[in-house]
Design a protein around this ligand. Sequence first.
Ligand code: ZN
Length: 311
Amino acid sequence: MQKWLFLLLLVPALSVAEPLRVFASVAPIQTFVQKVGGEHVDARVMVRPGFNPHTYDPTPQQISALAGAALYVRTGVPFELAWMQRIRAANRNMQVIDARAGIDLRAMEAHGHDEHGHEKGHQEDAHDSHDDHGHAEHAEEGEHRVTAAEQDPHVWTNPVMALQMLGAIRDKLQELAPQHAAAFKQNHDAYAKQLVDLDNELHALLDSISYRKFIVFHPAWGYFADQYTLVQVPIEQQGNRPGARALAALIDQAKHENIKVVFVQPQFDRRQARQVARAIGGAVVAVDPLAANYVANMQKVGQEFAQALQP
Ligand code: ZN
């Protein structure tokens, strides 16, 4: 009896403010945090819906809201290269984890994410290379060493990698709020099952399609393509619009390889995609890698791909 009383007295001192405030860089990761954390977590997103993670600037309100956050889950999207130092500085007690930890990152295809930061001319750009030890350590684990700026951050487009992130989020939440460890595990397991089902569903949709190559304006689908043995051909060159010559070469390649579809995402300009699609007699299809409703959106993406890549 006395022992119990002692433990009860200890609990308030150990617990942090509830619900636990957690920031994620993009909406799909926010969803993973929300799914695992449930009612015990207040999951927020840095790149708000409709905004582009390549050029995003956090609002002053978001920066001040970081003061009450226990955790930030980053994923290496370009705005973080310019902003991570200031995000950390806003709350030195906030833990930061990288959603990509343990994932063998692919290099960006003709698409330098770092270019965006420089275009924007942040004064802090000079510090970019010092930012992010997590990044650097992580890259060393990989077989092919790519620099942080060359690493493709769009890991969540592969449901199996999303599953891995979900596990990392569960572990960290359990560490931050051990009193809810059982709930986090239960929530994790329920959503993990949905992700496994999603992966199976996408295999069923995509394993038998005839054409495996697709053109995409912004190459956000590399991990998705790897998982379902598809090949993405980007229009963007090093994160920029290609010139006339590069565009003509791409159109030639597409005609030669009988590519019939150009994917675009809502956060990017569609003019060049339309131009390419017109030239190859193909279709422009909008798929969104940043939707918050992850599973339903990925099912829709799978259906769009399957439809577009069928003869
Ligand atoms: Zn991107």
